[in-house]
Design a protein around this ligand. Structure first.
Ligand SMILES: [Zn+2]
Length: 405
């Protein structure tokens, strides 16, 4: 048995359990004068220190003094592309110096660049690069993370990426949730119908590892009908559907997501009132990715409307080499507050409890007895500093399943 006592934090802050909508999102529980007692990775009790002291002594508990520090649930990143080869800093430098997308593409840039590097990298190389990124995410408080394939665009590399995710999940403290995104793009020089046939042929093997099947539903990528075809096949093999939808155009992906019973729709930078109303009537997670809007200088998803109309909002990083090279969910919270009309409390609920819901995870994203002890001890007595004092890493210590990591 391993026991842990987080002693006397200034605040214990958590969203309420359950999938949260409307006013529930801002209704956080903020407790002071309490300590958190954990046994074998599960929260046993949240009570005054005096009530826990004797138990902690007889259980030989590790004691972390959290005086003057707030504690929040470990962050859950519901959308990322952490596994990929190469580095596109060159391209970023070109773009910031004024080069157009076309110029960058002719120089071999863009997604084709990452696909080439990911195909060329060995499994060990991909793992070691991704391990470094996971360490960075963990240091910033992320304790659970969804990770997609999608930079292979051929059977061998797509499966290699998923195997890397599975192995990293065993070796790294962050819990990783694998998603198959074979339909991220059509590989250069290949006919789309042929590639869709290949993606469908990957599905039985991909389903042995991946929990979700995702499709980039977008003009110039995959249509709603093609998305339905692919995820329909994935469903038969036990994967849950989700979509990259409405990043640049509204082409019927939301209707398709409702039809397929998607667990989430991700991006939503271009979303009209009719689509918001459709989503509000479902339990589809609306995953918003403000880091992408900042990085690409495109509109932000309408977070305020999504909340006010009763949808299930989620915030995630979309960490990826082309459109958001940041793992920081603390920055995501700040952007949601500063650019999307969301409150600090709402933004916290969206990277914890509602993110767990979008990933269909139980007993994470909340600090209550009987829940998994994933938590961040902040360097501040006030949890609101995470969004307010921005561009800083406020994680003083990170605890995953009751272990200091
Ligand atoms: Zn993405």
């Amino acid at each position: 048995m391993t026991a842990l006592l987080v002693k006397n934090p200034a605040q214990i802050v958590t969203p309420r359990p359950g999938s949260l909508r409307g006013p529930e999102l801002a209704d956080l529980s903020v407790r002071s004068g309490r300590s958190i007692y954990v046994i074998d990775g599960v929260i046993q009790d949240i009570a005054p220190f005096e009530d826990l002291q004797n138990r902690a002594e007889s259980d030989n508990a590790i004691v972390i003094d959290a005086t003057g520090k707030a504690v929040v649930p470990g962050f859950i990143d519901a959308h990322s592309h952490v596994v990929f080869g190469g580095n596109r800093a060159d391209e970023f430098a070109l773009r910031t110096a004024g080069a157009s997308y076309e110029e960058i593409a002719t120089k071999g840039g863009g997604i084709a660049n990452t696909v080439r590097a990911t195909r060329e990298a060995s499994k060990a190389e991909l793992k070691s690069i991704a391990m470094d990124r996971l360490n960075r995410a963990l240091r910033q408080g992320t304790t659970t993370m969804e990770v997609k394939s999608g930079y292979g665009l051929d059977t061998a590399t797509e499966l290699k990426m998923l195997e890397v995710v599975a192995e990293l999940n065993d070796e790294h403290p962050i819990d990783l949730i694998p998603t198959f995104l074979g339909a991220h793009s059509v590989p250069k020089g290949m006919d789309k119908a042929d590639y869709i046939t290949e993606v469908k042929a990957m599905i039985p093997q991909a389903a042995e590892i991946a929990k979700f099947c995702d499709v980039f539903c977008e003009q110039g990528y995959f249509t709603p009908a093609e998305s339905l075809d692919i995820v329909g096949h994935a469903r038969e093999h036990g994967m849950l559907p989700r979509l990259h939808a409405n990043q640049f155009h509204s082409i019927g992906c939301i209707e398709a997501a409702v039809e397929m019973g998607a667990t989430s729709v991700d991006h939503l930078e271009v979303l009209d009132a009719k689509e918001i109303a459709l989503l509000a009537a479902t339990d589809i997670g609306c995953v918003m990715l403000p880091g992408v809007s900042l990085f690409l200088d495109i509109p932000f998803a309408p977070g305020r409307e999504i909340i006010d109309q009763g949808c299930l909002p989620v915030l995630a990083s979309d960490f990826n080499p082309g459109s958001n090279m940041s793992l920081s969910l603390q920055m995501v919270m700040s952007l949601a507050c500063m650019r999307m009309g969301m409150s600090v409390n709402e933004s916290l609920a969206c990277v914890t409890q509602n993110a767990a819901h979008a990933l269909r995870l139980e007993k994470v994203g909340c600090l209550e007895p009987d829940w998994q002890a994933d938590m961040i001890i902040l360097d501040s007595p006030d949890y609101r500093d995470v969004a307010y004092f921005y561009g800083e890493n406020h994680a003083y210590a990170v605890i995953k399943k009751g272990q200091l990591v």
